[in-house]
Design a binder for this molecule. Structure first.
Ligand SMILES: [Zn+2]
Length: 309
């Protein structure tokens, strides 16, 4: 091939490329990715990393149990039109025949567009209080898991929208660095709390990933929200735990009925710490825990203040 021919070939290729890009820009390829996300923490994380290039639709509203959810017609519509579905997994959305499974199959949603954020997370199990080995879904309470989820979200966005990969990479890394700082605060803070105060008793057995990570003794009234909550036997067992371990305070989550913990407090004489913990969801916009990063910071403050009472 002679040089002129080669050069004109390149020129033609360049013309086609420029032509294409201006044409597609006119057609609006800068439209954000439409993403359906299952619950508040996932939604906040995808929005934080995806920024202006994503439009995220949240399925389970605040105040609704993500373990059991009844999708609405508008949920079905948005999912049908969306470029991807992000979910937590680890049994949070009631995997294997649960509500998300049913939703996905009802619209015959493309499996290649479904991203699970916890592929790299080692599951832990609710051994007691359940009939069989059920996975504890609350892994995101541990910031180490948050880091893994953020890595997964970043990679998924890059895969879905390569054109903006630098953008996702940069935002993802900034976000992960913030998580690493938070994780460092968790480690330092719990290391400084004496063993006999490093006790977390809450209503649901939701804090397992956190308590195992930071060597905290955990007590609870019920194993998981979807089962019986606060039976006389459960209250008695929790009270026995409190009397045995003598924690400085009891904790209660923002989204549960406080009465069972009030009964444990009355029986044991140990007070409930006045600020609630967040577990299944972040707080509303006006709360101190309205983003996942603030949720983690807030929980750490509540736990350390409570344990140091
Ligand atoms: Zn829960």
């Amino acid at each position: 091939m002679d040089l002129i021919k080669k050069l004109s070939g390149i020129l033609v290729a360049l013309l086609i490329l420029t032509g294409c890009s201006s044409e597609t820009a006119d057609e609006g390829t800068d439209e954000p990715l439409k993403i359906t996300s299952t619950f508040s923490i996932m939604t906040d994380m995808v929005e934080a990393i995806g920024g202006e290039h994503v439009e995220v639709y949240n399925l389970v509203p605040l105040g609704t149990d993500p373990h059991e959810y009844d999708p609405k017609p508008e949920d079905i519509q948005f999912l049908t039109d969306s470029d991807a579905l992000f979910y937590n997994g680890l049994n949070l959305e009631g995997e294997n025949g649960g509500w998300l499974d049913k939703l996905v199959s009802s619209v015959d949603y493309d499996e290649d567009k479904i991203f699970r954020a916890t592929d790299d997370v080692e599951p832990m199990y609710l051994a007691e209080g359940t009939a069989d080995e059920e996975i504890n879904p609350h892994s995101f309470i541990d910031p180490n898991v948050g880091i893994k989820m953020a890595e997964a979200v970043k990679s998924a966005l890059i895969e879905l929208d390569e054109e903006n990969s630098e953008y996702y990479k940069e935002r993802g890394e900034d976000y992960i660095n913030e998580l690493k700082e938070i994780e460092n605060d968790y480690r330092q803070t719990f290391e400084d709390i004496p063993d006999d105060r490093r006790i977390l008793i809450a209503s649901e057995f939701a804090f397992q990933y956190l308590t195992e990570q930071y060597n905290i003794q955990e007590g609870y009234i019920w194993a998981i929200d979807t089962e019986e909550n606060g039976s006389p036997q459960q209250i008695k067992d929790a009270t026995d735990f409190v009397k045995k371990h003598q924690p400085p305070v009891l904790f209660v989550e923002s989204n549960v009925d406080r009465r069972p913990m009030e009964a444990v407090s009355k029986e044991s004489g140990v007070p409930i710490y006045d600020k609630p913990l967040y577990s299944d969801e972040i707080g509303n916009q006006d709360s101190e825990a309205s983003t996942y990063l603030d949720y983690l910071r807030y929980n750490l403050n509540v736990l350390s203040d409570g344990m140091n009472q």
